[in-house]
Design a protein around this ligand. Structure first.
Ligand SMILES: NC(=O)c1ccc[n+]([C@@H]2O[C@H](COP(=O)([O-])OP(=O)(O)OC[C@H]3O[C@@H](n4cnc5c(N)ncnc54)[C@H](O)[C@@H]3O)[C@@H](O)[C@H]2O)c1
Length: 262
C-alpha cells in the first residue's frame, strides 16, 4: 500500500501555466517528480516557469499556444509526445473571464469566453486522448469553478462555461473509463490571482464602489475566512493526478474553503 505522492517519470501538459493556478499546478507536479510542458500565450513568462522546474531537476519545455486554436492544440500534443515520449497527464487549466450585466454583455464576450473555457478544453483533450489510448491510459484534469455549480451575478457567461466544463468532464469520464483514462475536474472558489483582482476592478466600476471594499466583502463570505492561495488549489489538482485518486472519475471536486458544498 503506497500513500506517498511520487510522480517521477510521469509527463504532464498544463495549459495556462504561466500564472496563477496553472503555474502553481506546474510547479507542484514538478515538486512531486513529474516532467512538465508549460503552455501559455506568453513565451517569456512560460520560460520563467520552465526554468523554475528545471532547477528542481525535471525536464520541462515551454509551448506557446492559444487554446482556442485547433492547430495549436494538435501541435501541443505532438510536441509533448516527441519531447517526453508519452503524455500521462493533461491539465486543461487556461481560462478567461469578463464581467457584465446581462443587458450589456457583448456577444463577442460570450463567444470569446466559450472559445477559451470550453472549446479550448475540448480541443486540447481531443488532441491528447489518442496518445493516452496508445500508451494504455492517462489522466485529464479540468479547471472548472464553483461558479459552474452555484451561479454568480454579472458572470452569467462565465458560469455557463464552467457548468459546461463539468458536463464535459462527466461525459468524457464515462466515454474513456474502459481506456484507463480518468477524467476529473476541480471547482475553485475565490483564489487570490490576477483574475480575482481584475474581477474586483470590474465590479467596482459596475457598482460604483471601492475595489478594496469589494475584495474584503468577497473574502468575508468564505467560511474558511481567506482567499485560497493558488498552491492550496494546486495540491488538490496534483492529488487528482496520482494513484491516490485512482478510484475517482467524472468528479467535480470543490476546493472553495467551504463556500460550495454540492
Ligand atoms: N481565480 C479564481 O478565483 C478562480 C476561481 C475558479 C476558477 N478559476 C479558474 O482557474 C483557471 C486559472 O485561473 P487563474 O485564477 O489562475 O487566472 P489567471 O488569469 O492568473 O491565469 C489564467 C491563465 O490562462 C491563460 N490563458 C487565458 N486565455 C488563454 C488562451 N486563449 N490560450 C492559452 N492560455 C490562455 C492566461 O494566459 C493565464 O496563464 C481558469 O480556468 C479560471 O477560470 C479561477
Amino acid at each position: 500500500m503506497n500513500y506517498t505522492i511520487d510522480l517521477t517519470g510521469k509527463s504532464a501538459i498544463v495549459t495556462g501555466a504561466t500564472a496563477g493556478i496553472g503555474r502553481a499546478i506546474a510547479l507542484g507536479l514538478a515538486e512531486c517528480g513529474a516532467d512538465v510542458m508549460v503552455c501559455g500565450r506568453n513565451e517569456e513568462r512560460a520560460n520563467e516557469v520552465v526554468q523554475e522546474i528545471q532547477k528542481m531537476g525535471r525536464k520541462s519545455i515551454a509551448f506557446q499556444m492559444d487554446v482556442k486554436s485547433e492547430a495549436d492544440a494538435a501541435e501541443m500534443a505532438k510536441t509533448a509526445e516527441a519531447y517526453f515520449g508519452k503524455i500521462d497527464l493533461l491539465y486543461n487549466n487556461a481560462g478567461t473571464i469578463s464581467m457584465s450585466t446581462i443587458e450589456n454583455l457583448p456577444l463577442a464576450d460570450w463567444e470569446e469566453i466559450f472559445a477559451v473555457n470550453c472549446r479550448g478544453v475540448f480541443l486540447c483533450s481531443r488532441a491528447v486522448i489518442p496518445y493516452m489510448k496508445k500508451q494504455g491510459g492517462g489522466r485529464i484534469v479540468n479547471t472548472a469553478s464553483q461558479c459552474g455549480k452555484t451561479g454568480a451575478a454579472l458572470l452569467t457567461h462565465y458560469c455557463a462555461t464552467k457548468a459546461a466544463v463539468i458536463g464535459f468532464t462527466k461525459g468524457l469520464a464515462l466515454e474513456l473509463a474502459q481506456d484507463n483514462i480518468r477524467v476529473n475536474c476541480f471547482c475553485p472558489g475565490s483564489v487570490m490571482t490576477d483574475m480575482t483582482l481584475r474581477e474586483s476592478v470590474w465590479a467596482s466600476e459596475i457598482q460604483g464602489r471601492d475595489a478594496e471594499t469589494i475584495l474584503r466583502e468577497w473574502e468575508s463570505a468564505i467560511p474558511l475566512g481567506h482567499y485560497a492561495d493558488p498552491v492550496e488549489i494546486a495540491r488538490v489538482a496534483v492529488f487528482l493526478a496520482t494513484e491516490l485518486s485512482d478510484y475517482m472519475t467524472g468528479q467535480a471536486v470543490n476546493v472553495s474553503g467551504g463556500q460550495e458544498m454540492h
